[in-house]
Design a protein around this ligand. Structure first.
Ligand SMILES: Cc1ncc(COP(=O)(O)O)c(C=O)c1O
Length: 339
């Protein structure tokens, strides 16, 4: 569908065809030139490493049209860094910082008409990925890789205001292993979270809270977002765990929380100590913050604030971050990168 026919305010979080994507390949020890490609299908060897042994990592970030009409990316350097970390853990190649940034800029610029206008609450979602493409039957890292940046416009996450959600602590499954790949944004972690997610949904819980995989005593993170809690004493607490993804939203919210005078605490959070929180949220690129009304663990259900509205501190943090992303609040931390 041509971009001008899109109903920006009612787009959901799904793939929409655009004018193309940007990609380049790694072979003979180096990355080739970036190319813009139209066909969303890629030819692949049936023995490609990513299909059999899971060398597949990705990122997620957004581009926004600001109030003054610029198109900006939010902290793309942090995504480049996290992709490099994921690549290291999976013995893969990752594009160097400049190549990553150039690919993101190019993918957005090429699809300029698909970047939602300011005031719609919508944004452009960028999905960079790297896959091992060498045919491999014996287990070993691929020597060839494809790096792709695809984009798709996505609508506002909250069309009718904040909707607090009910979370279920998943006792039957872990999302990551101790000393495993929880810190890597790899495809397999998400495949592993699908069944627990489906089972939680069947029981009426839209999101899953995973505990630490070693002792199942501490909060790890939600299926696709980090955990944060606000105490009545004015603290912003978030788990310090080796098996969670380092959320760039969480990292940014911690800076804004400190700016607001909250005390930021990164430490293990016992599942038995959730009563300390006046507000709980799930944070990530897609929604910035999803307020969590309740956490159920076995027969016990704890609630935080009101079921129909987010708490005051989470609302302030949400507005502060979104305000920067849309250029409504000065970007004092230098987080916006022009396209
Ligand atoms: C497992 C997991 N944790 C946390 C996050 C949030 O990370 P970010 O804020 O960088 O989007 C995501 C989403 O990308 C995720 O998939």
């Amino acid at each position: 569908m041509p971009a001008q026919n899109l109903d920006w305010k009612n787009l959901s979080f799904q793939y929409l065809p655009t004018d193309g994507y940007v990609g380049c390949d790694f072979a003979d020890g180096k990355w080739g030139p970036l190319q813009v490609k139209q066909d969303p299908h890629i030819p692949m060897h049936i023995a490609a490493n990513c299909l059999h042994y899971g060398q597949a990592i990705f990122e997620g970030l957004k581009a926004f049209t600001t109030k003054d009409g610029r198109v900006v990316l939010f902290r793309p350097d942090r995504n480049a860094d996290r992709l490099a970390n994921s690549a290291r853990r999976l013995a893969m190649e990752a594009p160097p910082l400049e190549l990553f940034l150039e690919a993101c800029r190019k993918a957005v610029a090429h699809n300029r008409s698909f970047v939602p206008p300011y005031g719609t609450g919508a944004s452009m979602y960028l999905r960079p990925l790297v896959i091992g493409t060498e045919p491999t039957i014996g287990i070993k890292p691929s020597s060839t890789y494809s790096f792709i940046v695809m984009v798709t416009p996505v609508g506002p996450y909250y069309k009718d205001g904040f909707k607090p959600v009910d979370a279920l602590v998943m006792e039957e499954y872990d999302r990551a292993a101790p000393k495993g790949t929880g810190q890597a944004k790899m495809a397999g972690n998400y495949a592993a979270s699908l069944l627990p997610g489906l089972e939680a949904k069947k029981k009426g819980y839209p999101i899953v809270l995973f505990s630490d995989p070693k002792e199942n005593k501490y909060v790890d993170e939600f299926g696709t977002s980090n955990f944060l809690g606000i105490t009545a004493a004015g603290e912003y607490k978030t788990p310090d765990s080796p098996s969670i993804l380092q959320s760039i939203t969480n990292e940014s919210l911690q800076v804004l929380a400190a700016d607001m005078g909250l005390r930021v605490v990164r430490a293990p959070i016992a599942l038995d100590a959730l009563e300390q929180f006046a507000e709980v949220g799930a944070c990530g690129t897609a929604a910035v913050i999803t307020p969590v009304y309740s956490v159920t663990r076995g027969a016990r259900k704890l609630t935080f604030g009101r079921p129909d509205q987010a708490g005051e501190t989470l609302t302030r943090l949400y507005k502060a971050l979104q305000g920067i992303q849309y250029g409504e609040i000065p970007d004092t931390h230098g987080w916006l990168a022009p396209v």
